[in-house]
Structure formats: structure tokens, C-alpha cells
Design a binder for this molecule. Sequence first.
Ligand code: IFM
Length: 440
Amino acid sequence: MPLSRRHALALATGAVAALTVPARAGARPAPAPTVAPVGPGFLWGVASAGFQCEGSAPDSNWRRYVDATPSYDRYGDAVDFFHRYRDDVGLAAGLGAGVYRISVEWARVQPRPGEWDEAGFAFYDAVIDAITAAGMRPMLTLDHWVYPGWAAERGGWAHPAMVTDWLAHARKVVDRYASRDPLWVTFNEPAAYLLNETTNGGLPAAAVPVMQQALVRAHNDIYDHIHAAQPGALVTSNLAYIAGTAEPVVNGPMIDAIAARLDYVGIDYYYGFSPQSIAQLSPDAMKQLWTLPLQPEGIYYALDHYARRFPGTPLYIVENGMPTRDGEPRADGYTRADDLRDTVYWIQRALADGIPVLGYNYWSITDNYEWGSYTPRFGLYTVDVRTDPTLTRRPTDAVAAYRDIIAARGVPADYRPTRAPATCSLVDAPDSCTDPVTVP
Ligand code: IFM
């Protein structure tokens, strides 16, 4: 069960939530009969990550995890973004998106210690050129869980030189791309990164606090470097929103330690749980992401949580989406288009209640390698990696939905979510029981 695993990880780190989230002042506002569009400056985007989509992958920790794990799908060339980035950037531009999130893969630009690969950088130069030429702003992730094979060889984040070496790489990336005015993400989902390194990378439990401290040091250091290179930059480390009382335990230790160096709070919101749905989860749920329950209104609770934790700091949904199993209809009948529209409705509701939401990225523009498997499909465009050698991008119903949403700056004023808010969502327990969000 996901929560207990993540709880266990937090406990392994000896983590205690240092800061509590202030209680809501008064009852939740009653909803207006109609929902207003988002402002013209709202950032609509799509998100991706290097290893998951690029292919042509150099030696890295993740290449090694795949090689060492026969039950994982062979990586192949993922969806070959390495050769098809122009097409995928064009698909995002065709939606009207204004932000395209990628990660710059350390393994590609520094294949050996002290050796920088100009061809690797040239690839990212070309991708960023394509993004900006299409009228979009890049969002650059410095570390989406992948580092070079040579760093894996010596023990990854448990090695004393890791922070120094990571910073040498990250500074090069920042110095090269700061003039392109990207939005920055330092570490993708740091709590999940710790878990990933424990389960796939063999990071011993005793080294988890070492890695966590290393991530904190690296984030805080590169934050200052980014601001020196790009005055006014917007920097975050995005958090995988967990739920209610688990949130401060799982994400609290990292976010508290970097709180002074966050220009916006990047939030990844996917699943929502109620007491009933959590009781029904199968033990394999984390390997079958398409069975995890979806609660679109949970994005409102997540935003509300972080608006109270960081008053006045802009919030950005850096990732949101829904998995299917190999692109098949979901067992709960929820379509990608309905889930997207319902989710955007709740973002508009959050904005209407004064929560400062800066932007929203859909995860992902195409299906990709979901950390060991091609079965969970998150793409606006689906790609049958295992069966279609042409890797054709085929639109899901959410392509038209997202295009309409972006053009209209949200769902229509009289929109009503297709899915009613859950009773007693654990995404915001216990407030969701005593003061739940409602639809007019
Ligand atoms: O694919 C992942 C991504 O790498 C991190 N956030 C969640 C996504 C979907 O599981």
C-alpha cells in the first residue's frame, strides 16, 4: 500500500515534520454558481523527463537498474524523443501550451568524470531551441532520478563526492541555459527519489538520511547559483503530494529544509484516497498504477494545503495526469478527457478561493517509460512502445479537451465535474470530512 511504504521511508529517515500547516481560518467559502476562467498569465504546460522519453540512453543508474531487473520491461529507446523531439514539441505547441518541461540528463552531458560531452549538450540546445521557437518556455529539471553510471558505480548518493559532482554538472547546465529564462526544478519528487534509490539502487536504509541531506545541500546551493545567473528566476523542487496527515511526514523534512529557497511550490498530484478506497487497494497497487483511485477534487485540497503552508508563495501543478493499463479503458470508466476537465475545474475553484496557482503541467505529452514498465500510460498522445516499431503518437480524447481548455482558459463557467467529490477524502483528512469541498 503506497502510504505505508512512504510512511516507512519517512520513519527510516528519522524524519519528523518540523513545521505544521496552519489551520484554515474559518469555513471553506461556498462555491459560486459559475466558475471563472484562469487569468491570461496562467501557464499551461506539458511535462516529461529525459530517461523516460529520450531513448539512446547512455550508461546511468537507471540503465543499470533495468539491466539488473529481468522483470522490468527492456528500455529499448523509450519513445525516442532523442530523434523525435521536434514532433513532440510541435504536438505541445498544437495544444496551445506555453510551457514544456524536460530534464537535462547528467549521464548524457558528463559520461565520464571530468569529461563533458558537447554533443550531449548540443542535443539539449536543440530541444530548448525548438521549445522557444514554438513560443513556449522551457521548464528544466536538473535531476529526474537519473545520474551517470560512473556515479552509480561508486554508490550514488551515499558517496561523499556526490554533492560536489552533482553541483559541477548542475552549474554547467544553469550557466548554459539561464539566458533562455527557464522555470527550474532542482530535484523531482525528492521523497520518491529516496524510495527509488532504496528499492532499485540498493541504497541502505542507514544511508537514506545521508542522501536526504545531500539533496537539501545541493538544492540550496544550486538555488543561489541560479539566482546569480538568472535574476528573478523561479526555482522549486516538486513534491509528490501524498495525503493529509502523511504529507508533512513524507515531504515535510525536505520542504522544511529548503523552504527559504523556493520561489514557487511545485506539486505533483495524481491519486486520492478515501477510507473505503484505501481498504480496497491490492498489495500490488504500486505496480498497477491504473488501479489507484482518482479524486480530481484532491488537487484543490493539495493546493489549499500548500497555500497555508507557504502563504503568498505561488503554487504550480508541475505534474498531473492519469494512468491507464496499456491505453485500455479504465475499470472505473473515467476517461482522460473527463479527468482532465474535472481536475482543471478544481484548479479554477482554488483560484476563485484566492489560492495563487501559477500554472499546470499535464504528465505527460506522450506515453513513456514508467520506471520499469511501459504498461502504465499517462500520455496525451499514446505510443505502443512494445508493439509499434514506428512509435506513432496517437491522440487520446484528452488532446482535444486540453486544447479547448487552454483556448478558453479553463472549463466553461457552468461546468460541473463528472465525478463528485469523495466523502472524507484522505487527501485532506480530517477537514474533508468536516468541511468538504462541494459543487453548486
Ligand atoms: O512518471 C512519473 C514521473 O517520473 C514522476 N511523477 C509521477 C509520474 C507518473 O507516475
